[in-house]
Design a protein around this ligand. Sequence first.
Ligand SMILES: *Cc1c(COP(=O)(O)O)cnc(C)c1O
Length: 396
Amino acid sequence: MRVAKRLENLPPYLFVEITKKIAEKRAKGEDIISFAVGDPDIPTPSHIISRLIEAAQDSTNHRYPESDGLPELRQAVAEWYQKRFDVSLNSEKEVLPLIGAKEGIAHIAFSFIDPGDTVLVPDPAYPVYAIGTILAGGRPHYLPLTAGNNFLPNLRTIPEHILEMTKLLWINYPNNPTGAVADLRFFNQVVEFAKKNDIAVCHDGPYTEVAFDGYEPVSFLQADGAKEVGVEFHSLSKSFNMTGWRIGVVVGNELIVKALMTLKSNIDSGIPQAIQLMAIEALSGPQDCILEHNTIYQRRRDLVVEVLNKIGLEAQTPMASLYVWAKVPPGYTSASFAADLLEQVGVVVTPGLGYGPSGEGYVRLSLTVADASLVKGLSRLAGWRDDVNKFRIKVS
Ligand SMILES: *Cc1c(COP(=O)(O)O)cnc(C)c1O
Protein backbone atom coordinates (compact mmCIF):
# COMPACT_ATOMS: atom_id res chain seq x y z
CA MET A 1 0.00 0.00 0.00
CA ARG A 2 1.24 3.48 -0.78
CA VAL A 3 -0.24 6.79 0.26
CA ALA A 4 -0.49 9.69 -2.18
CA LYS A 5 2.58 11.77 -2.94
CA ARG A 6 0.73 14.81 -1.71
CA LEU A 7 0.97 13.37 1.80
CA GLU A 8 4.60 12.40 1.40
CA ASN A 9 5.38 15.93 0.26
CA LEU A 10 4.15 17.52 3.47
CA PRO A 11 6.87 19.12 5.60
CA PRO A 12 7.87 17.04 8.65
CA TYR A 13 5.88 17.64 11.81
CA LEU A 14 8.37 19.57 13.90
CA PHE A 15 6.93 18.79 17.28
CA VAL A 16 7.49 15.04 16.87
CA GLU A 17 10.55 14.86 19.14
CA ILE A 18 9.10 16.89 21.96
CA THR A 19 5.70 15.15 21.76
CA LYS A 20 7.48 11.80 22.08
CA LYS A 21 9.49 12.96 25.08
CA ILE A 22 6.39 14.30 26.85
CA ALA A 23 4.61 10.98 26.33
CA GLU A 24 7.63 9.07 27.72
CA LYS A 25 7.84 11.26 30.79
CA ARG A 26 4.12 11.12 31.49
CA ALA A 27 4.19 7.32 31.09
CA LYS A 28 6.85 7.25 33.81
CA GLY A 29 4.49 9.19 36.05
CA GLU A 30 6.35 12.51 35.84
CA ASP A 31 4.22 15.59 36.37
CA ILE A 32 4.62 17.65 33.21
CA ILE A 33 3.08 21.11 32.89
CA SER A 34 2.34 22.19 29.35
CA PHE A 35 2.18 25.74 28.06
CA ALA A 36 2.03 24.34 24.54
CA VAL A 37 -1.63 24.03 23.60
CA GLY A 38 -3.79 26.93 22.48
CA ASP A 39 -7.05 25.47 23.71
CA PRO A 40 -9.09 27.41 26.31
CA ASP A 41 -9.14 25.60 29.66
CA ILE A 42 -12.27 27.48 30.78
CA PRO A 43 -15.52 25.67 29.88
CA THR A 44 -18.02 26.91 27.27
CA PRO A 45 -20.34 29.41 29.04
CA SER A 46 -23.39 27.69 30.54
CA HIS A 47 -26.05 29.64 28.61
CA ILE A 48 -24.49 28.28 25.39
CA ILE A 49 -24.47 24.71 26.74
CA SER A 50 -28.12 25.05 27.81
CA ARG A 51 -29.02 25.91 24.22
CA LEU A 52 -27.29 22.71 23.03
CA ILE A 53 -29.15 20.54 25.54
CA GLU A 54 -32.47 22.00 24.46
CA ALA A 55 -31.58 21.70 20.76
CA ALA A 56 -30.50 18.07 21.16
CA GLN A 57 -34.04 17.16 22.33
CA ASP A 58 -35.58 18.66 19.19
CA SER A 59 -35.79 16.06 16.42
CA THR A 60 -35.62 18.71 13.66
CA ASN A 61 -31.95 18.93 14.60
CA HIS A 62 -31.38 15.22 14.13
CA ARG A 63 -31.38 15.36 10.33
CA TYR A 64 -28.83 16.52 7.75
CA PRO A 65 -28.08 20.22 8.11
CA GLU A 66 -27.79 22.47 5.04
CA SER A 67 -24.21 22.89 3.76
CA ASP A 68 -24.47 26.66 3.92
CA GLY A 69 -25.79 26.72 7.48
CA LEU A 70 -29.04 27.88 9.05
CA PRO A 71 -30.20 31.24 7.65
CA GLU A 72 -30.64 32.31 11.31
CA LEU A 73 -26.96 31.60 11.97
CA ARG A 74 -25.79 33.56 8.92
CA GLN A 75 -28.05 36.38 10.09
CA ALA A 76 -26.62 36.22 13.64
CA VAL A 77 -23.08 36.41 12.24
CA ALA A 78 -24.00 39.45 10.10
CA GLU A 79 -25.62 41.18 13.10
CA TRP A 80 -22.62 40.43 15.29
CA TYR A 81 -20.24 41.92 12.67
CA GLN A 82 -22.44 44.99 12.44
CA LYS A 83 -22.52 45.48 16.20
CA ARG A 84 -18.91 44.60 16.90
CA PHE A 85 -17.10 46.11 13.88
CA ASP A 86 -19.70 48.30 12.15
CA VAL A 87 -19.24 46.06 9.09
CA SER A 88 -22.35 45.32 6.97
CA LEU A 89 -22.63 41.83 5.52
CA ASN A 90 -25.21 40.28 3.23
CA SER A 91 -26.09 37.16 5.21
CA GLU A 92 -27.14 35.31 2.03
CA LYS A 93 -23.98 35.87 0.03
CA GLU A 94 -21.19 37.05 2.27
CA VAL A 95 -21.39 34.65 5.24
CA LEU A 96 -20.54 30.95 5.27
CA PRO A 97 -20.42 28.86 8.47
CA LEU A 98 -17.54 26.39 8.74
CA ILE A 99 -16.77 23.22 10.70
CA GLY A 100 -14.25 25.28 12.65
CA ALA A 101 -12.14 27.95 10.93
CA LYS A 102 -9.39 25.37 10.31
CA GLU A 103 -11.64 23.45 7.94
CA GLY A 104 -12.27 26.51 5.77
CA ILE A 105 -8.65 27.65 5.95
CA ALA A 106 -7.46 24.31 4.58
CA HIS A 107 -10.22 23.97 2.00
CA ILE A 108 -10.06 27.46 0.51
CA ALA A 109 -6.81 26.52 -1.23
CA PHE A 110 -8.75 23.91 -3.22
CA SER A 111 -11.14 26.60 -4.42
CA PHE A 112 -8.39 28.96 -5.59
CA ILE A 113 -5.11 27.21 -6.15
CA ASP A 114 -4.10 25.35 -9.26
CA PRO A 115 -0.86 23.36 -9.31
CA GLY A 116 2.05 25.79 -9.53
CA ASP A 117 0.20 28.82 -8.12
CA THR A 118 1.88 30.75 -5.35
CA VAL A 119 0.40 31.69 -1.99
CA LEU A 120 1.96 34.31 0.29
CA VAL A 121 2.20 32.84 3.78
CA PRO A 122 3.53 34.54 6.90
CA ASP A 123 6.47 32.93 8.72
CA PRO A 124 6.08 32.08 11.58
CA ALA A 125 2.40 31.14 11.28
CA TYR A 126 -0.43 28.75 12.02
CA PRO A 127 0.73 25.78 9.91
CA VAL A 128 -2.57 25.24 8.02
CA TYR A 129 -2.07 28.17 5.58
CA ALA A 130 1.01 26.51 4.07
CA ILE A 131 -0.25 22.93 4.41
CA GLY A 132 -3.54 23.70 2.64
CA THR A 133 -1.55 25.37 -0.12
CA ILE A 134 0.78 22.38 -0.51
CA LEU A 135 -2.08 19.85 -0.47
CA ALA A 136 -3.77 21.78 -3.28
CA GLY A 137 -0.55 21.67 -5.32
CA GLY A 138 0.39 25.31 -4.72
CA ARG A 139 3.65 26.78 -3.52
CA PRO A 140 3.92 28.85 -0.35
CA HIS A 141 6.15 31.93 -0.55
CA TYR A 142 7.06 32.84 3.01
CA LEU A 143 6.89 36.38 4.34
CA PRO A 144 9.11 36.69 7.43
CA LEU A 145 7.53 38.35 10.47
CA THR A 146 10.26 39.98 12.52
CA ALA A 147 10.34 42.02 15.70
CA GLY A 148 11.96 44.85 13.72
CA ASN A 149 8.76 45.21 11.65
CA ASN A 150 6.38 44.58 14.59
CA PHE A 151 5.70 41.10 13.18
CA LEU A 152 3.94 42.53 10.13
CA PRO A 153 4.91 41.22 6.67
CA ASN A 154 6.87 43.56 4.43
CA LEU A 155 4.77 43.59 1.27
CA ARG A 156 7.16 45.90 -0.59
CA THR A 157 10.04 43.43 -0.82
CA ILE A 158 8.22 40.58 -2.57
CA PRO A 159 9.91 39.98 -5.95
CA GLU A 160 7.84 40.87 -9.02
CA HIS A 161 8.10 37.36 -10.53
CA ILE A 162 6.59 35.91 -7.34
CA LEU A 163 3.74 38.42 -7.36
CA GLU A 164 2.90 37.43 -10.92
CA MET A 165 2.29 33.81 -9.85
CA THR A 166 0.49 34.72 -6.61
CA LYS A 167 -3.22 34.09 -6.12
CA LEU A 168 -3.68 34.41 -2.33
CA LEU A 169 -2.22 36.27 0.64
CA TRP A 170 -2.65 35.00 4.20
CA ILE A 171 -2.53 37.36 7.16
CA ASN A 172 -3.49 36.76 10.80
CA TYR A 173 -3.99 39.44 13.49
CA PRO A 174 -4.06 39.33 16.46
CA ASN A 175 -1.31 36.93 15.55
CA ASN A 176 -0.61 33.35 16.51
CA PRO A 177 2.18 32.68 17.51
CA THR A 178 3.72 36.15 18.00
CA GLY A 179 0.85 37.89 19.82
CA ALA A 180 1.32 40.89 17.48
CA VAL A 181 -1.60 43.11 16.46
CA ALA A 182 -2.33 45.09 13.30
CA ASP A 183 -4.14 48.40 12.90
CA LEU A 184 -6.47 49.66 10.20
CA ARG A 185 -3.60 51.44 8.48
CA PHE A 186 -1.87 48.12 7.83
CA PHE A 187 -5.11 46.52 6.62
CA ASN A 188 -5.66 49.46 4.24
CA GLN A 189 -2.17 48.89 2.82
CA VAL A 190 -3.01 45.20 2.35
CA VAL A 191 -6.15 46.10 0.36
CA GLU A 192 -4.14 48.46 -1.85
CA PHE A 193 -1.47 45.80 -2.39
CA ALA A 194 -4.11 43.18 -3.23
CA LYS A 195 -5.86 45.43 -5.75
CA LYS A 196 -2.63 46.42 -7.42
CA ASN A 197 -1.45 42.82 -7.83
CA ASP A 198 -4.81 41.09 -8.27
CA ILE A 199 -4.33 38.90 -5.21
CA ALA A 200 -7.14 37.62 -2.95
CA VAL A 201 -6.68 38.26 0.78
CA CYS A 202 -7.54 35.74 3.48
CA HIS A 203 -7.43 37.27 6.93
CA ASP A 204 -7.55 34.76 9.77
CA GLY A 205 -8.99 36.52 12.81
CA PRO A 206 -9.89 34.03 15.56
CA TYR A 207 -8.39 36.27 18.27
CA THR A 208 -10.22 39.55 17.63
CA GLU A 209 -12.11 39.04 20.90
CA VAL A 210 -9.12 37.99 23.00
CA ALA A 211 -7.55 41.31 23.95
CA PHE A 212 -6.27 43.08 27.04
CA ASP A 213 -6.09 46.43 28.80
CA GLY A 214 -9.19 47.69 26.96
CA TYR A 215 -7.62 47.23 23.52
CA GLU A 216 -10.15 46.35 20.79
CA PRO A 217 -8.68 44.61 17.71
CA VAL A 218 -10.08 45.70 14.34
CA SER A 219 -11.52 43.50 11.61
CA PHE A 220 -9.82 43.32 8.21
CA LEU A 221 -13.26 44.05 6.73
CA GLN A 222 -13.15 47.52 8.30
CA ALA A 223 -10.46 48.51 5.81
CA ASP A 224 -11.62 50.55 2.79
CA GLY A 225 -12.55 48.19 -0.04
CA ALA A 226 -11.64 45.04 1.93
CA LYS A 227 -14.72 43.19 0.71
CA GLU A 228 -13.65 43.77 -2.91
CA VAL A 229 -10.47 41.74 -2.37
CA GLY A 230 -10.85 39.45 0.57
CA VAL A 231 -12.48 37.49 3.33
CA GLU A 232 -12.04 37.08 7.06
CA PHE A 233 -12.11 33.77 8.90
CA HIS A 234 -13.57 33.93 12.35
CA SER A 235 -14.11 31.27 14.95
CA LEU A 236 -16.26 30.65 17.98
CA SER A 237 -13.39 28.56 19.38
CA LYS A 238 -11.32 31.20 21.14
CA SER A 239 -14.00 33.91 21.55
CA PHE A 240 -16.46 31.64 23.38
CA ASN A 241 -14.32 28.70 24.50
CA MET A 242 -15.91 26.42 21.94
CA THR A 243 -12.93 24.62 20.40
CA GLY A 244 -14.54 21.22 21.03
CA TRP A 245 -17.79 22.06 19.22
CA ARG A 246 -16.13 22.88 15.88
CA ILE A 247 -17.76 25.98 14.49
CA GLY A 248 -16.35 28.97 12.67
CA VAL A 249 -17.29 31.22 9.78
CA VAL A 250 -15.87 32.96 6.74
CA VAL A 251 -17.23 36.39 5.80
CA GLY A 252 -16.60 38.96 3.10
CA ASN A 253 -16.07 38.82 -0.66
CA GLU A 254 -19.04 37.17 -2.35
CA LEU A 255 -17.02 35.38 -5.02
CA ILE A 256 -14.58 33.87 -2.53
CA VAL A 257 -17.40 32.80 -0.20
CA LYS A 258 -19.23 31.21 -3.12
CA ALA A 259 -16.12 29.38 -4.37
CA LEU A 260 -15.56 27.86 -0.92
CA MET A 261 -19.26 26.98 -0.66
CA THR A 262 -19.16 25.18 -4.02
CA LEU A 263 -16.22 23.08 -2.88
CA LYS A 264 -17.65 22.36 0.57
CA SER A 265 -21.10 21.38 -0.68
CA ASN A 266 -19.33 18.52 -2.47
CA ILE A 267 -17.36 17.42 0.59
CA ASP A 268 -19.28 17.95 3.81
CA SER A 269 -22.90 18.26 4.83
CA GLY A 270 -22.59 21.23 7.13
CA ILE A 271 -22.35 21.69 10.88
CA PRO A 272 -24.62 19.71 13.24
CA GLN A 273 -27.64 21.95 13.65
CA ALA A 274 -27.66 21.87 17.45
CA ILE A 275 -24.14 23.29 17.34
CA GLN A 276 -25.23 26.01 14.94
CA LEU A 277 -27.88 26.93 17.53
CA MET A 278 -25.15 27.16 20.17
CA ALA A 279 -23.30 29.60 17.91
CA ILE A 280 -26.43 31.73 17.49
CA GLU A 281 -26.77 31.81 21.28
CA ALA A 282 -23.08 32.75 21.65
CA LEU A 283 -23.24 35.59 19.10
CA SER A 284 -26.65 36.98 20.03
CA GLY A 285 -26.66 36.31 23.79
CA PRO A 286 -24.86 38.16 26.58
CA GLN A 287 -21.25 39.01 25.74
CA ASP A 288 -20.01 39.41 29.35
CA CYS A 289 -18.15 36.10 29.20
CA ILE A 290 -15.64 37.62 26.76
CA LEU A 291 -14.48 40.26 29.23
CA GLU A 292 -14.55 37.73 32.09
CA HIS A 293 -12.25 35.38 30.17
CA ASN A 294 -9.96 38.18 29.04
CA THR A 295 -9.56 39.32 32.64
CA ILE A 296 -8.33 35.84 33.52
CA TYR A 297 -5.98 35.67 30.51
CA GLN A 298 -4.64 39.14 31.23
CA ARG A 299 -3.71 38.18 34.78
CA ARG A 300 -1.98 35.05 33.48
CA ARG A 301 -0.24 37.05 30.76
CA ASP A 302 1.26 39.42 33.32
CA LEU A 303 2.50 36.55 35.49
CA VAL A 304 4.03 34.72 32.51
CA VAL A 305 5.79 37.79 31.09
CA GLU A 306 7.18 38.70 34.51
CA VAL A 307 8.66 35.26 35.15
CA LEU A 308 10.09 34.95 31.62
CA ASN A 309 11.84 38.29 31.86
CA LYS A 310 13.17 37.36 35.30
CA ILE A 311 14.86 34.23 33.96
CA GLY A 312 16.43 36.08 31.07
CA LEU A 313 14.02 35.63 28.18
CA GLU A 314 12.98 38.74 26.29
CA ALA A 315 9.19 38.63 26.26
CA GLN A 316 6.95 41.46 25.09
CA THR A 317 3.56 41.91 26.74
CA PRO A 318 0.99 41.02 24.04
CA MET A 319 -2.05 43.31 23.64
CA ALA A 320 -4.14 40.42 22.31
CA SER A 321 -4.17 36.68 21.48
CA LEU A 322 -3.58 33.77 23.83
CA TYR A 323 0.20 33.70 23.45
CA VAL A 324 3.44 35.07 24.80
CA TRP A 325 6.25 34.95 22.23
CA ALA A 326 9.59 34.97 23.98
CA LYS A 327 13.17 35.10 22.79
CA VAL A 328 15.28 32.20 24.07
CA PRO A 329 18.45 33.01 26.04
CA PRO A 330 21.73 33.34 24.11
CA GLY A 331 23.36 30.02 23.27
CA TYR A 332 20.08 28.16 22.72
CA THR A 333 17.99 27.30 19.68
CA SER A 334 14.23 27.25 20.12
CA ALA A 335 14.31 23.44 20.15
CA SER A 336 17.28 23.07 22.53
CA PHE A 337 15.73 25.54 24.94
CA ALA A 338 12.35 23.78 24.89
CA ALA A 339 14.13 20.43 25.41
CA ASP A 340 16.10 21.86 28.33
CA LEU A 341 13.00 23.19 30.07
CA LEU A 342 11.27 19.86 29.70
CA GLU A 343 14.31 17.96 30.95
CA GLN A 344 15.20 20.23 33.86
CA VAL A 345 11.89 21.52 35.17
CA GLY A 346 9.19 19.43 33.47
CA VAL A 347 7.66 22.39 31.64
CA VAL A 348 6.60 22.27 27.99
CA VAL A 349 6.82 25.32 25.72
CA THR A 350 6.47 25.28 21.94
CA PRO A 351 9.67 25.79 19.92
CA GLY A 352 9.19 28.73 17.55
CA LEU A 353 10.82 26.85 14.67
CA GLY A 354 7.68 24.70 14.46
CA TYR A 355 5.84 27.74 13.06
CA GLY A 356 8.41 28.42 10.34
CA PRO A 357 12.10 29.28 9.94
CA SER A 358 11.65 32.83 11.27
CA GLY A 359 10.33 31.34 14.51
CA GLU A 360 13.86 30.15 15.30
CA GLY A 361 15.13 31.78 18.47
CA TYR A 362 11.67 31.99 20.03
CA VAL A 363 9.32 29.88 22.10
CA ARG A 364 5.57 30.25 22.47
CA LEU A 365 3.73 29.99 25.77
CA SER A 366 -0.04 29.69 25.78
CA LEU A 367 -2.24 31.37 28.39
CA THR A 368 -4.81 28.55 28.32
CA VAL A 369 -3.28 26.78 31.32
CA ALA A 370 -5.59 26.44 34.36
CA ASP A 371 -4.54 28.77 37.18
CA ALA A 372 -3.27 26.10 39.59
CA SER A 373 -1.04 24.50 36.93
CA LEU A 374 0.02 27.89 35.65
CA VAL A 375 1.26 28.95 39.08
CA LYS A 376 3.08 25.65 39.55
CA GLY A 377 4.57 25.85 36.05
CA LEU A 378 5.74 29.40 36.58
CA SER A 379 7.40 28.63 39.90
CA ARG A 380 9.28 25.83 38.15
CA LEU A 381 10.29 28.21 35.36
CA ALA A 382 11.44 30.76 37.93
CA GLY A 383 13.67 28.03 39.40
CA TRP A 384 15.21 27.26 36.02
CA ARG A 385 17.36 30.36 36.25
CA ASP A 386 19.39 28.88 39.11
CA ASP A 387 20.29 25.90 36.97
CA VAL A 388 21.48 28.20 34.20
CA ASN A 389 23.56 30.22 36.59
CA LYS A 390 25.12 27.09 38.00
CA PHE A 391 25.83 25.99 34.45
CA ARG A 392 27.34 29.35 33.58
CA ILE A 393 29.55 29.30 36.66
CA LYS A 394 30.71 25.80 35.78
CA VAL A 395 31.71 26.68 32.24
CA SER A 396 33.45 29.97 33.04
C1 LIG B 1 -7.11 28.29 16.83
C2 LIG B 1 -6.81 28.84 15.51
C3 LIG B 1 -7.62 28.56 14.40
C4 LIG B 1 -8.64 27.44 14.41
O1 LIG B 1 -9.86 27.73 14.82
P1 LIG B 1 -10.98 26.61 14.78
O2 LIG B 1 -12.20 27.40 14.53
O3 LIG B 1 -10.97 25.96 16.13
O4 LIG B 1 -10.70 25.64 13.71
C5 LIG B 1 -7.36 29.20 13.20
N1 LIG B 1 -6.33 30.07 13.09
C6 LIG B 1 -5.54 30.33 14.12
C7 LIG B 1 -4.43 31.30 13.92
C8 LIG B 1 -5.73 29.73 15.35
O5 LIG B 1 -4.88 29.96 16.35
